[in-house]
Ligand binder design. Structure first.
Ligand code: ACO
Length: 404
């Protein structure tokens, strides 16, 4: 019984021990075969394949297949899987009316949380999740319809007509078309930009038991509808300490830029070091990586490719980010705490260059992470040791007292 290990008998008169571990710093909540992270080495593997290998040699749908099924697909299987997913990209027409109930200036993550939850009301494939076919159709619907829902939320927010899916395009090209095309002109696919967004999807597809994935597992452990469990994941991802970080990071860069740019980085860093300011360097630090985030290295590369393709090499915000990165990587405060740039430090810059508005960044993340949430939900539901998640607490409120 250490300082954080409480003898439960003293508290509840029961046998056994429990650990007090706020933030799950050292508590595993499940067994998993999906994603492996070695935070000290800066290593990330999906089903045993290094992220660097997948980012260069696979596309997002192959990565989805791998996460869901444990193996990479053969070319024939890949084609069948892509056809199946693309066949399900349309959403129920009635969902438009649900969407139209939101204010147009609502945050897209608020809208997306609602839309994904509402899928439970639109798709009644069955409630017996011990049936693999019922689980599979829900999974395919989620992967297929997420790009359509994200694009619809965006079009609604800017008052433009919805663009319906075009299923002979790739998954990612179709998403970009639904996001950026208008009915008045032909949408031209730029393969360099499609590949960049596809890489963002691959890098964000899964990340073992992060907050949103743990939320999906906990919600799903009650046996709830999978669309409802994934909606819980979307809600959790929204927070600035998690998926909202790339939005927060870009806002931080824009604020520094507005207030004097590169010249003001020193002042900003001083504010970050002052704990009373409550200011953090967004896009830096990670609960698990105490070395460079391997996804950040790949995203940094993509950042250069996209900016070159678009002739934005001199983009002042990008230059500001690179200077900030250099200063922070040499600063004792960040070095001693092992705070390195995470994937979000660069992914916001890439998305901005692609033309994705800042408040849509977390929706793009949710789109990509959907497959990870589903794979983890499937693994949990089919685990023989599967139990409802029910954390204990260390009660420190009043013991029994009376009103009179
Ligand atoms: N800026 C300044 N200081 C930081 C930062 C940061 N971004 N991150 C951590 N620290 C400091 C803390 O103040 C603390 O200092 P102390 O030891 O003097 O008290 C120390 O580093 C450890 O910080 P914790 O908060 O304990 O680290 P934790 O593992 O709980 O937090 C987190 C990880 C939430 C990601 C944090 O680093 C953070 O807030 N980063 C900024 C937000 C961000 O980029 N999130 C994206 C995560 S990646 C993703 O979701 C894809």
């Amino acid at each position: 019984v250490g300082p954080d290990v409480i003898d439960i008998r003293k508290l509840y008169g029961q046998t056994g021990k429990f650990t007090y571990d706020p933030g799950f710093m050292s508590t595993a909540s499940c067994n998993s075969k999906i994603t492996f992270i070695d935070g000290d080495k800066g290593e990330l593997l999906y089903r045993g394949y290094p992220i660097e290998d997948l980012a260069v040699n696979c596309d997002f749908l192959e990565t989805c297949y791998l996460l869901l099924n444990g193996e990479l697909p053969s070319p024939e299987v890949k084609k069948d899987f892509a056809d199946l997913v693309m066949h399900h990209t349309m959403v129920h027409e009635q969902m438009q009316f649900f969407l139209r109930g939101f204010r147009r200036d609502a945050h897209p993550m608020a809208v997306l949380t609602g839309l994904v939850g509402a899928m439970a009301a639109f798709y009644h494939d069955g409630l017996d999740y011990s049936d693999a076919r019922i689980r599979e159709i829900a999974q395919i619907r989620l992967i297929a319809k997420m790009p359509t829902l994200v694009a619809m939320s965006y079009k609604y927010s800017v008052g433009q007509p919805f663009i319906y899916p075009k299923n002979d395009l790739s998954y990612t090209a179709n998403f970009m078309r639904m996001l950026f095309a208008t009915p008045c002109e032909e949408y031209v696919v730029n393969e360099v930009l499609v590949r960049a967004l596809d890489r963002i999807f691959i890098l964000h597809a899964d990340h073992e038991q992060n907050a949103s994935t743990s939320t999906v597992r906990l919600a799903g452990s009650s046996g709830t509808n999978p669309f409802a469990a994934i909606a819980a994941g979307v809600a959790c991802l929204w927070g600035p300490a998690h998926g909202g970080a790339n939005e927060a990071c870009l806002q931080m860069l824009e604020d520094i830029q507005k207030n004097g740019g590169v010249e003001k980085i020193g002042e900003f860093i001083a504010k970050v070091k002052d704990k009373d300011s409550g200011v953090r360097l967004m896009g830096f630090g990670h609960r698990v990586y105490k070395n460079f985030d391997p996804r950040a290295k790949l995203m940094r590369e993509t950042c250069y490719e996209v900016l070159n393709e678009l002739g934005l090499g001199d983009d002042p915000l990008f230059k500001l980010a690179m200077t900030l990165e250099k200063i922070a990587l040499e600063d004792e405060y960040f070095v001693s705490r092992k705070l390195y740039p995470n994937v979000d430090f660069y992914s916001g810059i890439v998305q901005r260059a692609l033309g994705i508005p800042t408040d849509m960044f977390t929706c793009v993340f949710a789109l990509a992470r959907t497959v990870g949430w589903i794979a983890q939900w499937e693994e949990m539901i089919t685990d023989a040791e599967y139990k409802i998640g029910r954390p204990r607490q260390l009660f420190n409120g009043y013991t029994t007292r009376s009103v009179k």
